[in-house]
Design a protein around this ligand. Sequence first.
Ligand code: 5GP
Ligand code: ZN
Length: 114
Amino acid sequence: MTDCLFCKMANNEIPVDLVLETEHLMAFRDINPQAPQHVLIIPRVHVRSLEDLEPGQEDLAGTLLLAAQQVARQEGFADRGYRTVINSGHDGGQEVQHLHVHVLAGRRMQWPPG
Ligand code: 5GP
Ligand code: ZN
């Protein structure tokens, strides 16, 4: 997807504050953090949203979750805890149309979420 912001980041066309990088995904700091630590994990392939993930992409889904665990350990907040969020579609509050997992930490999270 040539006009997708996160595809451009995944292709190193736009610089990011990198946290983790593998063959299949990239993790970088959110430009507008909603917690003291706020990391986004994206697949390198363009998937519009969780709603567009297909059977056969179970490995990708699992890899994204395990990356959240790895980010938490690497960044030092695994023990205190963290929140993972995937916003999907209009009502889910998704603004960037490329699947991403938010990893938020560094403060006590609220429930219910906004
Ligand atoms: P969504 O609302 O789609 O779940 O989350 C999109 C996230 O992408 C937001 O938290 C927003 O701050 C972040 N974001 C949007 N543009 C950029 C950017 O250019 N760089 C980075 N690092 N994050 C961005
Ligand atoms: Zn994309």
